[in-house]
Design a protein around this ligand. Structure first.
Ligand code: PEP
Length: 257
């Protein structure tokens, strides 16, 4: 009942011409997968400055376009910030929020992520809110406690009512960019926990239709077994989204689950 979603997070990669070429290659590849529309949703997450070029290159393809962050403010004196409305103007449909690189390297808190999530949904963007534990937390057996706290503070505090269009991404920090992937069993355990917590807060029907993506070293050779898990509804892909053939192989894996 949940359409799989595969989103690429290009991070701070790809100059303008490269971004355009990658978007074209993915758009062509997805159309060649034949009937992908309606069976999988594909989203590209370029750096801000490449958003309009990527949106143009992908226009008519049905691909979604994501910002990698957005301000919680609407407009005003916030040097360097970009609002949800500006992202929409640039062609974005989605926005990735609370990525662990922003949490860890730039000090983003759960409270700030909650404000951004609320502002982006109110501004007409579909938020993809990232959660995930660091290695010491997992080793201490506190993964569900940490992810539970992130759910409360990054999502439930943002949305008193069930947020239509929210996507959650579980991304264990120890698996991001490391080549170490959570096993399907490890990932499924946390995904099931997230769905159950969201169900308690917003109702089981809402939780049953809400997508929870896995992120963390998803590659063409491990995507299928991850996506085959009952509560894994696709992936948020970093490194492997930078090569069209790898990204398209992951989209194919989502299509066949
Ligand atoms: C990410 O940063 O969201 C990510 C999942 O990266 P990678 O696929 O490279 O681990």
């Amino acid at each position: 009942m949940r359409l799989p979603l595969v989103a690429g997070n290009w991070k701070m990669n790809k100059r303008l011409a490269e971004a355009r070429a990658l978007a074209r290659a993915v758009a062509e590849g997805v159309s060649k997968l034949g009937g992908a529309r309606g069976r999988v949703e594909v989203v590209l997450g370029p750096p801000y400055l490449a958003l309009p070029a990527v949106a143009e290159a992908a226009s008519g393809s049905g691909l979604g376009i994501a910002g990698q962050d957005c301000s919680h403010e609407k407009d005003g004196a916030f040097t360097g910030e970009v609002s949800a409305a500006m992202l929409k103007d640039a062609g974005a449909t989605h926005v990735i929020l609370g990525h662990s690189e922003r949490r860890e390297l730039l000090g983003e808190t759960d409270a700030l992520v909650a404000k951004k999530a609320a502002a982006s949904l109110a501004g007409g963007l579909l938020p993809i809110v990232c959660l995930g534990e660091a290695l010491p937390i997992r080793q201490a057996g506190r993964t569900l406690e940490r992810v539970g706290r992130q759910i409360r503070r990054s999502i439930l505090d943002a949305f008193p009512a069930p947020p239509e269009g929210l996507t959650v991404a579980y991304e264990p920090i120890w698996a991001i960019g490391t080549g170490v992937t959570a096993t399907p069993v490890q990932a499924q355990e946390v995904h099931a926990f997230i769905r159950s917590r969201l169900g308690e807060a917003y109702g089981v029907d809402w939780a049953a239709k809400t997508r929870i993506l896995y992120g963390g070293s998803v590659k063409p050779d491990n995507a299928a077994e991850l996506f085959a898990q009952p509560d894994i509804d696709g992936g948020l892909i970093g490194g492997a989204s930078l090569k069209s053939e790898d990204f398209l192989a992951i989209v194919s894996a989502a299509l066949s689950t």
